[in-house]
Design a protein around this ligand. Structure first.
Ligand code: PA5
Length: 446
């Protein structure tokens, strides 16, 4: 049975239950399309069987490498953008102490992220930190040619070589890239870096269970076997039936598409735990890049409650009624902290004295749901028992599978991202990259 529970009863005021039930046949077709690999982009379905085809030697190798890094580095820099970093960051931040980077845990390197922007200030500040720390890095790029990580790697490679000498620097660099294509592959071969391969049939945003996510997660000190176990559990559930009542991913895909058809074109994923913020970021990329094409697709947004109830909460309660919410609900918190009794009670909080903070958070969650549904915002709830590797593995696979079904339901290829090239073409033309002369000329005429 699935540990992930989906509750769609709070959308029935907007989309009748009968509508959802009537979608079963179409959802089953999409399910079959994935299983039989007959849909658009079917050469990018490697993630479907990944948890089943677990390569135990690869996992062990990653763990050995992670231990080696833990012994030589206080800081581990993950260089990558989009699917080449968001999955790792989502899992690491969800599992980490909220203040991990200022805690003094000598066994675990602090994980920093770079190559996901082109900010001179960000990179310069990073160098300030790295001047003073022992560090190692991984550079992750499937294409091996993405500008943001390439610029960052060029700078950090030189920094590492200056700091440790050319030969020692090599031991602090791990490349994760295509098995044969791209500049990063060439460079890794030339420099003899430790290298992991991103399988051909897995795109960036579906790659968290490949070395792309696994190496950083293992270096951060988390159990990649359990993550896989969770994914495997959800794979079995997702593949064995397309029945909306048995397959939570199918139900989620049906519910969000029913809402979309009824004019709810923005989905806001909500968390009530700050360490889930990057999980939402990963989800945003997964769904945004998979579905937003051909002038179609739900716009994926994210908020953190109760924080954003004091900012975006106003809009969600009373703004344009084209939104729905999906709350990722965590049933049990990891820690135990109660509100103390106070004799003076000047803040008036004695009515919740002795209650756990998480109880108050849960009441905020319930109260918010009631208010938002009443205000015209349908609500889907997706809950996991607690945050750990096993349940996160389930949640990752759940979302990946749901995204594939949902994309096929929408009629798009959920595995390509042609629109991402447009900004690159203009940027290269503006920068005068060889091969873009025609584009440069065209831009000059604007
Ligand atoms: O999901 C995707 O395919 C993208 O987000 C890519 O992961 C991102 O653009 C980075 O590409 P690459 O790994 O080739 O550097």
């Amino acid at each position: 049975m699935s540990d992930i529970k989906i509750d769609i009863t709070n959308i029935f005021d907007f989309v009748p239950e009968s509508k959802i039930i009537s979608m079963q046949e179409q959802i089953s077709k999409c399910h079959k399309t994935i299983i039989n690999k007959t849909g658009k982009g079917n050469n990018f379905l490697g993630w479907v069987d990944l948890p089943e085809k677990l390569d135990i030697d690869l996992l062990k190798d990653i763990e050995t490498e992670a231990k080696r890094i833990q012994n030589i580095a206080e800081v581990f820099v993950v260089i990558g953008i989009g699917g080449s970093y968001l999955g790792a960051r989502a899992v690491i931040e969800a599992l980490s102490h909220n203040f991990a980077n200022i805690l003094d845990d000598k066994k675990k390197p602090k994980i920093l992220y770079a190559g996901n922007n082109i900010s001179e200030d960000y990179l310069s500040d990073l160098l300030d930190v790295l001047d003073k720390k022992d560090y190692a890095l991984t550079v992750i790029s499937k294409s091996g040619t993405t500008t943001e990580p390439a610029i960052t790697f060029r700078i950090l490679k030189k920094h590492l070589e200056k700091k440790y000498g050319k030969d020692n620097a090599k031991k602090r660099i791990i490349a994760i890239t295509d098995k044969e294509k791209g500049a990063l592959k060439k460079l890794s071969l030339k420099e003899n870096y430790k290298t992991y391969i991103i399988p051909d049939d897995i795109g960036g945003r579906y790659s968290v269970l490949t070395p792309v996510g696994l190496l950083p997660i293992a270096v951060a000190g988390f159990d990649i076997h359990k993550l896989f176990e969770g994914a495997k559990t959800m794979r079995n559930i997702s593949l064995s039936s397309s029945d909306l009542n048995l397959n939570p991913a199918a139900m989620y895909a049906a519910a969000r598409n029913a809402l979309y058809i009824n004019g709810k074109s923005i989905e806001i994923t909500v968390n009530f735990q700050p360490n889930m913020v990057f999980f939402t970021e990963w989800w945003k990329q997964l769904f945004g890049e998979s579905e937003g094409k051909e002038n179609k697709g739900i716009f994926p947004a994210g908020v953190s409650f109760t924080t954003d109830l004091h900012s975006m909460g106003q809009y969600i309660q009373q703004g344009v009624r084209n939104i729905f919410e999906t709350v990722i609900s965590i049933e049990k918190s990891q820690k135990n902290l109660k509100i103390p009794y106070d004799n003076d009670n000047l803040d008036g909080l004695n009515y919740i004295a002795d209650k756990n903070i998480d109880y108050v958070n849960k009441m905020a969650e319930l109260g918010t749901r009631l208010a938002h549904v009443k205000g015209g915002v349908p609500n889907i709830s997706i809950s996991i028992p607690e945050i750990n590797e096993f349940y996160l593995g389930q949640l990752i696979y759940f979302y990946e599978f749901a995204c594939a079904i949902s994309g096929y339901f929408l009629g798009v290829n959920p595995f390509d991202q042609p629109g991402v090239e447009a900004y690159k073409k203009n940027m290269f033309a503006l920068l005068g990259k060889p091969g873009f002369e025609k584009e440069t000329e065209a831009l000059k005429k604007i």
